[in-house]
Design a protein around this ligand. Structure first.
Ligand code: ZN
Length: 224
């Protein structure tokens, strides 16, 4: 298993999206995947938030691999410097503001960044891959014909295809969709919100995707 660099993908890089376990050392900007105590993915947190959870004893157990070793002060009793080891995946106790892990009808907020990633940065009309700045949100059924702004009615489209389609349905414009739009589950949404998703984090999140998720296939093609 390898990880994926979404920041590069957003930028339009078509290669070098892979993050290998033996890749270059990542800085403190690498995010940690937080789950609830049952292992459901909740959110991405930075090392400071992770350190806070560790020191407040809210970490029930850890998965993944060691990401950071943080050094604290000298312990007055032992004379040793305290260290805090932070893993790539931490399961935490207590409540969270995220409703997605418990609600099956949860619909994640729609924004272009996660929409484009859902579609693997591929224009759903011409099938070509672009960077974020060359992509747009197309409403399959246009507003003028009763279409609404929801995951199931929006696809990633390059600017040229979006202009060509204009305010028509694909049938009216004689343009065919490459794939059917879908609403991401909570785990899929957390994945799509990642920056640099490490191999172990990716493997963990993939295990929480529906078996029928189109993302399984898209990730393979993305990284191939
Ligand atoms: Zn296109």
């Amino acid at each position: 298993m390898i990880g994926i660099d979404f920041e590069r993908a957003d930028f339009g890089s078509s290669d070098d999206l892979r993050i290998t376990p033996t890749g270059p050392v990542r800085g403190l900007s690498q995010l940690v995947l937080r789950t609830d105590v049952s292992g459901m993915p909740l959110e991405w947190i930075d090392y400071r938030e992770a350190a806070r959870l560790y020191t407040q004893e809210q970490v029930a157990y850890t998965c993944g691999s060691l990401l950071f070793t943080l050094f604290g002060g000298i312990n007055a009793l032992t004379g040793r410097r305290t260290t805090l080891e932070i893993n790539s995946i931490v399961a935490t106790v207590g409540h969270t503001g995220n409703p997605g892990s418990t609600r099956h009808d949860y619909v994640p907020p729609l924004n272009n960044q996660t929409l484009f990633r859902r579609d693997a940065h591929i224009c759903m009309y011409c099938g070509q891959r672009f960077g974020t700045r060359d992509l747009s949100r197309d409403h399959v059924r246009p507003f003028g014909q009763g279409g609404i702004d929801v995951w199931n009615n929006v696809v990633t489209a390059c600017r040229r295809c979006n202009n060509q389609k204009a305010s028509r349905t694909p049938e009216q414009a004689k343009m065919q969709l490459v794939a059917v739009p879908f609403t991401p589950t909570y785990a899929e949404y957390i994945f799509l919100k990642g920056r640099r998703v490490l191999a172990d984090q990716m493997e963990y999140l993939l295990a929480h995707f529906p078996r029928t998720s189109p993302l399984h296939d898209r990730i393979q093609r993305w990284l191939s």
